[in-house]
Design a protein around this ligand. Structure first.
Ligand code: BGC
Length: 493
């Protein structure tokens, strides 16, 4: 099934005939800075494959390549009712998922707004808030039921080292979060302690990354799915490897070497050493001003959180050099992260040749009057940033496929950039075609298809909880050897 749908018209470049020479020169420089041609993409893919391998090795590398202890794909016959909790960047979502045993499901869900201050608040505040939301959900959906312990699939989409499916030590916050006393700690006991304090009868059965959930949920409805990717506020991928290909598990597990193992790549950390990615001075600035400099190098060039910020930094730089918004007050543009990716989408989607919607947008949002040539530059800049994001994202997908020798598959994708950013899907598909040389194949028949996923953090989390309980019932391992889990958990206390 191809979900790219009817081909949208290509991004309109518009005529640049009336753009004065100095701005044309700036546009051309931006094109050089932000374009990732096929040759560069291939160099990135080759390096990426090596880094994926390194992450699985005993020595390790920048990409964490975390074994998730999800060791089976669903067979579609899973049944039962499970709770799922998704701690995203802006909202908290609680779902009750009923798996119907026929590759279908029913879902009831509530969304709770997560106050932005919480991103940098205290750890107790965070866990108490989550426990309150779970309690509110149970009270409104099961008001009269007394205390039977419920199983929860907790989607916590930050890099966590896992010794077993239900736990996870947060390696570092990403996506602008900065809450003290969580990094370096196992998040499961912290949530369970808050649940206990508030008498909420819930046990964390599985701790899940959104990419793993996305892969499993998409595979449930479309068994050709072999990878899950998120292109949203952050970016990342999960795929299935095999235990014998994961040298860092040697001696730690009691598993047949052929056992499949879902890997949460945490590929946002690719090229933290800055060997291969074509970083601009704006990328460097974003990194230096972020709460976690020198981390998530790949993510900071791709993910939704950073696209608007990149656009803002380029605009300010061009203004300071005297190329745009001459004699205008640009105070409104000076606040970091005041522009999000949706503004870039709006700029790219302005249907008018003279970009009057962009003019209205800049007047109403920033009180800045733009000339038509300036707007053409702003639009080209948005296209360049959006295209770079899509092409680099495709490099990650290609690297996993090449590493695993996958020539044909479906990739379940989710996230605001994938779902909402104009042309992201087509640009990504084009980049895959460039990398694999699918010159003579029409897009509808590209062998690797990145397509909209099923709800990973709801259905995926429920499925993983179901698969875990089934393994436990059968006496199969859901983590490292018990003595190793014990030893490592003592080390983290
Ligand atoms: C996190 C990943 C997550 C991705 C997409 C990244 O910042 O580190 O765990 O999968 O964002 O949400």
């Amino acid at each position: 099934m191809v979900h790219l749908g009817p081909k949208k018209p290509p991004s309109r470049k518009g005529s640049m005939a009336d753009v004065p020479r100095d701005l044309l020169e700036q546009i051309s420089q931006l094109e050089t800075l932000f374009t990732v041609d096929t040759q560069k993409l291939n160099t990135i893919v080759d390096h990426f494959i090596k880094e994926l391998e390194k992450g699985l090795s005993k020595e390790g590398g920048s990409i964490p390549m975390i074994p998730t202890w999800v060791m089976t794909m669903p067979d579609g016959k899973e049944k039962g009712t499970y709770l799922a909790l998704d701690m995203g960047g802006t909202n908290l979502r609680v779902c009750e998922v009923e798996l119907l045993g026929n590759r279908d499901f029913d879902i009831t869900q509530s969304k709770y707004h997560m106050p932005p201050e919480m991103k940098t608040g205290s750890s107790e505040q965070l866990w108490d808030y989550i426990a309150d939301c779970l309690q509110a959900f149970l009270q409104s959906h099961h008001p009269n039921e007394a205390g039977e312990e419920l199983s929860l699939g907790f989607t916590f989409s930050y890099p966590c080292s896992q010794t077993a499916i239900h736990n996870g030590v947060l390696q570092r916050w990403t996506k602008g979060f900065d809450i003290d006393n969580v990094e370096g700690h196992d998040v499961q006991p912290m949530l369970e302690a808050a649940l206990k304090r508030k008498n909420v009868p819930i046990t964390v059965t599985a701790l899940i990354n959104d990419t793993t959930g996305t892969m499993v949920a998409s595979n449930y409805t479309d068994p050709e799915t072999q990878m899950g990717v998120i292109f949203g506020t952050g970016c990342n991928a999960a795929y299935f490897d095999v235990v014998k290909n994961i040298p860092k598990l040697e001696g730690l597990v009691d598993l047949d070497p052929e056992t499949p193992m879902a890997i949460n790549c945490e590929w946002g950390a690719f090229d933290n050493e800055h060997v291969v990615l074509p970083r601009t001075k704006y990328d460097v600035q974003i990194d230096e001003d972020s709460p976690r400099p020198n981390q998530q190098a790949f993510e900071k060039m791709i993910a939704g959180l950073y696209l608007g910020e990149l656009h803002r930094l380029v605009m300010l730089d061009l203004h300071e050099q005297g190329f745009i918004f001459e004699n205008q007050n640009v105070e409104g543009l000076k606040k970091p992260y005041s522009i999000d990716a949706s503004l870039l989408s709006q700029i790219e989607e302005d249907p008018f040749e003279n970009l009057t919607e962009v003019e209205d947008l800049f007047m109403s949002r920033f009180n800045i009057h733009t000339t038509e040539p300036e707007r053409k530059l702003l639009r080209r800049l948005a296209e360049l940033i959006g295209t770079r994001s899509a092409r680099l994202s495709a490099a990650g997908v290609a690297a996993i496929c090449k590493k695993m020798g996958i020539e044909k598959c479906h990739v379940g994708a989710d996230g605001s950039v994938f779902n909402k950013y104009p042309h992201f899907q087509e640009r990504g598909a084009q980049a895959l075609a460039d990398i694999f040389g699918w010159n003579d194949i029409p897009p509808a028949h590209y062998p690797i298809k990145v397509q909209p996923a099923e709800d990973g953090s709801g259905v995926g989390a429920a499925l993983i909880a179901a698969l875990t309980l089934k393994r436990m019932k059968e006496g199969l391992p859901v983590g490292m050897k018990p003595e190793i889990i014990e030893k490592l958990s003592l080390e983290h206390k």
